[in-house]
Design a protein. Structure first.
Length: 120
């Protein structure tokens, strides 16, 4: 069995930053995820951040902890954290820990962007 390494990319689409997550969100993902978040916030000073989970199939407690940390940081700036592409299983896991109570959740990036444009 091979290890599923985590990677991510990000870009700004219609003035909204999107982080594309790819792989398993575990302890290995924590540093990259948090460094990327901090880098985006330093560069863009944005209140809206979209995380795309369409290529994520597994998350463990370390991954959840990392997402909670990003949520806390974003909450401190009164920002909106938006999740897209959650599988049913991943949504269930994040529901159980209460994470989805504090984020907006859309099926697609396009739906999230439309929501953001309507909110501004």
């Amino acid at each position: 069995m091979t290890m599923n390494s985590f990677k991510l990319t990000w870009e700004v689409v219609q003035s909204f930053p999107i982080i594309y997550l790819d792989g398993d969100i575990t302890l290995d993902a924590k540093e990259l995820l948090e460094e990327t978040y901090n880098s985006i916030m330093d560069q863009l000073k944005t209140k809206i951040l979209i995380l795309d989970f369409s290529k994520i199939y597994y998350i463990n407690s370390s991954g959840i902890s990392s997402l909670l940390n990003i949520l806390r940081l974003h909450y401190e700036i009164s920002g909106d954290l938006i999740f897209t592409g959650l599988s049913d299983h991943l949504k269930k896991v994040l529901d159980i820990v209460g994470l989805t109570d504090h984020v907006k959740d859309f099926e697609t990036i396009e739906m999230a962007i439309q929501y953001c444009k309507n909110e501004l």
